[in-house]
Design a protein around this ligand. Structure first.
Ligand code: HEC
Length: 477
């Protein structure tokens, strides 16, 4: 039994112990915080130690000599010159370009900087962009020439195209014909830009001919300028000699080859995807978008790589499209695609999924008035399956987004795509000043006409699909 005094002392001791304990805890917390802090943002940020690793894994795929951007971020000198603008571009999430919201859904190859990386670039710029010890500079990743995927079995040149000095953006329809000794199969078709500075993006279909119906796939024009030479797609097809000799149309398989800077041909895991190439056929590159040129003429000699496969695809991918040029009459744009000047207009389209499907890749498509895009599916059980959300539409970065794992959408679900168009002066990409009425014109892919399209690549669902990873060991992206 403690007497009263002793008791008081004891309580006092206890309090002291508690206080000391709390202080220790508090200090260790501070120390921990401090460690954490120095762990995330070094006291002095240098190019060789901290900045180059960030640039090399997120930027130099485009920002290097021969890359798609007009300036490099490879050497200390390169990076120093752009230190302030780079810090700004990453803070505002303009760079690296990845318009899809990673909090909504994640995709293969997504390029998103962490908050730590952004702060490092910021601090480096603020502190005068010091170089740091030269021997700390990491090696620049290897960027393979010729193909980003491997060694192709065959390369077919695209007809070279001369861009005159000081020309504006151009949109071409280009045909790349081929004839093989027999029908064959390909696992992957890859577009390689000749001059990355000017080739902006490409979306290409595969046209398959019945051998007897077409005498010569190589005849007629190879290139039609969609803005100047023609306004109608059918007219362009005639000029390119796409129809069979009897005037009927051959089979067409959409989107077999796509290109966008920083993205590479998506090869699905063994057994999924692939194409049959008929003996006579051609790649129809819709929408070859060449960017503007500066004071020099530029000659582009792009080509198409083919990776053959031994047999027919086991699970060929299929594709549907809702919205403009919808593959289904029911999935047309609501209420309509008439976008009055000085208005912000929401549109949507819906499609009832008729069977269980496993979605591999999605591609939202709008033109210059696009403001935002979102797509999801509502299941019969009332769940929402998120597909893609683009809060700030960017005409220049229209990726084909491939999920990390296939996404099952059960039969009876409703797929919904929602878009908003901004036809006001606030939209800096508005092709017209003052704003004018803009609408969808059937068959027109001109940038100044509008489109609302959602392309979905899928396979019919099989048990266990949702566990199959679509990430194949690819090269550096
Ligand atoms: C997928 C290709 C790609 C990637 C990856 C990329 N950029 Fe860019 N960047 C471009 C293109 C294209 C432009 C447009 C200007 C041009 O053509 O040079 C650009 C422009 C810029 C600009 C100028 C912005 C402006 O307002 O004009 C900065 C600064 C920049 N990038 C920094 C970066 C940094 C830093 C990274 C990495 C964190 C990065 N970029 C990643 C392609 C890319």
């Amino acid at each position: 039994m403690l007497n009263f005094k002793a008791r008081l002392k004891w309580v006092g001791m206890k309090q002291l112990v508690y206080s000391i304990g709390a202080l220790i805890l508090y200090f260790s917390f501070l120390v921990f915080q401090g460690c954490n802090h120095s762990d995330s943002i070094p006291a002095t940020v240098t190019f060789t130690e901290h900045v180059a690793p960030i640039l090399y894994s997120n930027c130099t795929i485009c920002h290097r000599p021969g890359g798609s951007a007009h300036f490099a971020l490879v050497t200390y000198d390169d990076a120093r010159k752009s230190a302030v603008s780079s810090a700004f571009a990453v803070r505002e999430q303009i760079m690296p370009p990845w318009p899809a919201d990673p909090h909504y859904t994640e995709f293969i190859g997504q390029r998103i900087l962490s908050e730590r990386d952004k702060k490092i670039l910021q601090k480096w710029a603020e502190e005068g962009a010091p170089e740091g010890p030269k021997d700390k500079l990491p090696p620049l990743p290897k960027y393979p020439m010729g193909s980003l995927v491997g060694t192709p079995d065959m390369s077919i040149p695209v007809q070279p195209y001369l861009l005159k000095a000081n020309s504006n953006d151009q949109f071409l329809l280009v045909k790349v014909p081929f004839e093989f000794p027999s029908d064959t199969f390909a696992s992957l078709i890859e577009f390689m830009p000749g001059n990355r500075n000017v080739v902006h993006h490409v979306n290409g279909d595969l046209v398959k001919y019945e051998y007897e119906k077409k005498a010569n796939v190589f005849a007629n024009l190879r290139i039609v300028n969609m803005e100047e030479d023609t306004a109608s797609l059918l007219h362009a097809f005639q000029k390119l000699g796409i129809p069979n000799d009897d005037g009927s149309y051959p089979m067409l398989r959409k989107s077999v080859v796509n290109y966008l800077p920083g993205a590479y041909g998506q090869r699905y895991p063994e057994g999924i995807g692939g194409y049959k190439l008929t003996r006579k056929g051609l790649f129809l590159l819709n929408d070859v978008h060449y960017g503007f040129t500066n004071k020099d003429d530029v000659l582009d000699s792009s080509y198409i790589n083919i990776f053959f496969s031994k047999g027919p695809p086991k699970r060929p991918v299929e594709e549907f499209q809702i919205g403009t040029l919808s593959s289904f009459g029911t999935a047309e744009v609501q209420p309509d695609m008439i976008i009055l000047p000085n208005t912000v207009k929401p549109v949507y389209c819906k499609y009832l999924i008729p069977e269980d499907i496993s979605v591999l890749t999605v591609n939202p498509h709008m033109h210059l008035l696009g403001k935002s895009f979102k797509a999801y599916a509502l299941t019969p059980a009332g769940d929402t399956i998120r597909l893609v959300s683009i809060p700030r539409w960017d005409f220049n970065w229209q990726y084909f987004y491939t999920f990390r794992k296939m996404v099952k959408i059960p039969k009876g679900s409703t797929m919904i795509a929602e878009g908003i168009y901004d036809n006001t002066r606030q939209n800096l990409n508005n092709p017209f000043s003052p704003p004018q009425l803009v609408q969808e014109i059937k068959g027109s892919m001109r940038a100044r006409d509008e489109m609302f399209q959602f392309i979905v690549t899928y396979v019919p669902y099989q048990e266990g699909d949702e566990n199959i990873s679509l990430e194949t060991s690819g090269p550096s992206r």
